[in-house]
Ligand binder design. Structure first.
Ligand SMILES: Cc1cc2nc3c(=O)[nH]c(=O)nc-3n(C[C@H](O)[C@H](O)[C@H](O)COP(=O)(O)OP(=O)(O)OC[C@H]3O[C@@H](n4cnc5c(N)ncnc54)[C@H](O)[C@@H]3O)c2cc1C
Length: 378
């Protein structure tokens, strides 16, 4: 009899886990609290192991069709002086990498998974308990079910995680907001990624395959609670007052609510496993977009979890061996990313000056080398 697995969250980690586990003979049920796969993200990179696993899972060619084809990237200060220009061909020399909209990754995975397993929208876990030989779950819909295994892939703001690990998860706030939205190509960009950097805030922008622009904004804030939906645009505009012509032109096209907005935070969990339950992807180890590897880590994590369950039939043991194998890869990236925040969003004048001058005067090959290494180990 096939073993039943509950996956909570139809994001990149949850859908990837569903596809692998279905292939291995499990019977997955995915439960997603939203009414459809969540949309609204920016650009993500899939490289190295994530790229290989996508190939093994049979989803790589569909993702390659949606590769953004960006050829260059440049960084500018408030006066529009170019601090640094990078050639993507050199940047990713000898690295397998896809630059793709988060929405497209989710869409490819969802289209591949939807006929293979039950995906239940508008539902979420209310009660969960590990019993001998099963996980018992009560849902907000009123359903009560038993599973052999539960995978919690609910992203950084997971509501099931505190039910499982009430005391052993720390949220490290980066004191930054992040918002993203799409707009017409008012900057006439062509295969180009631009970053406009100012003290304590920046905007990154690029043209998409659909011919519009994808934009993301990062700015300082000590908020610990998200503003209500109808105040998010106002919060974004307030964070970028007097930001100059280019950012100003983009913000003129901000919709009533940004397509995505969150408070940036790293999730540090002492344990990923309890009994027959495991937290996966950003729910376990959100690194933030500064890592450039959140989506990749979601794919590799889900793939490694499936590998452990293939090698070890005993579910609690398999989950622990997954954690033992994946943690040494993830923890250092999370630490490096935390340090890199100072570089991406300097909070004081000295850091800001150092960063801008480093970008302006350090030799280009140093940056090529940095990015090349960055995308070579997830
Ligand atoms: C809308 C959106 C936009 C994003 N945009 C970017 C981006 O532009 N750049 C970037 O680098 N990263 C972005 N991310 C984060 C990036 O997708 C993740 O770092 C990475 O893909 C890890 O994926 P994940 O599946 O672990 O988590 P997520 O992608 O966060 O997916 C979690 C899923 O679980 C669902 N969920 C949450 N709580 C529950 C619950 N209680 N019950 C059931 N379902 C639940 C969510 O609705 C979501 O579908 C975005 C995430 C989201 C949700």
């Amino acid at each position: 009899m096939s073993r039943k697995v509950l996956i909570s969250g139809a994001g990149i980690a949850g859908l990837t886990a569903g596809l692998w586990l279905k292939r291995q003979g499990f019977e997955p049920v995915i439960v997603e609290q939203a009414s459809a796969p969540l949309k609204g993200g920016f650009l993500v990179s899939l490289s190295d192991k994530a790229y290989q696993y996508a190939g093994e899972l049979g989803v790589l060619s569909a993702m390659q069709e949606r590769n953004m084809g960006i050829t260059s990237s440049s960084y500018h200060n408030k006066n529009e002086t170019t601090l640094l220009a990078l050639d993507y061909q050199k940047l990713f020399e000898n690295v397998d990498v896809l630059q793709i909209m988060r929405d497209d990754v989710v869409d490819v995975l969802y289209q591949t998974a939807r006929d293979k397993m039950e995906i239940r929208f508008n539902d979420s876990i209310e009660i969960i308990s590990n019993q001998t030989g099963a996980v018992e779950v009560g849902f907000t819909s009123g359903l009560q079910e038993k599973y052999d295994l539960a995978v919690i892939a609910e992203g950084p703001n997971s509501s099931t995680r505190p039910l499982l690990f009430p005391d052993s998860v720390t949220i490290d706030y980066l004191d930054l907001y992040c918002a993203a939205f799409r707009l017409p190509n008012v900057l006439n960009l062509e295969n180009k990624f631009e970053t406009h950097m100012q003290k304590g805030r920046y905007m990154a922008i690029f043209n998409t395959l659909e011919g519009d622009l994808g934009s993301v904004f990062i700015w300082s804030s000590d908020a610990r609670k998200m503003p209500p939906k109808d105040e998010q645009t106002q919060t974004l505009l307030a964070g970028f007052d007097n930001a100059g012509t280019v950012i100003g032109r983009v913000l003129e096209h901000c919709p009533d609510q940004p397509h995505y907005m969150d408070i940036l935070k790293q999730v540090k969990a002492e344990d990923w496993v309890v009994g027959r339950t495991v937290i996966l992807g950003d729910a376990a180890h959100c690194m933030t977009l500064f890592s450039g590897r959140g989506a990749g880590a979601a794919i590799t994590g889900a793939s490694r979890l499936a590998e452990s369950l293939k090698l070890q039939r005993d579910i609690p043991k398999a989950l622990l061996s997954y954690e033992a194998a994946n943690r040494p890869i993830i923890d250092p990236i999370q630490r490096q990313t935390r340090k890199a925040v100072r570089w991406y969003a300097p909070q004081n004048n000295l850091d800001w000056l150092l960063r801008d001058n480093a970008m302006r005067f350090l030799p280009n090959w140093l940056f090529q080398q940095y990015f090349n290494r960055k995308y070579s180990n997830v």
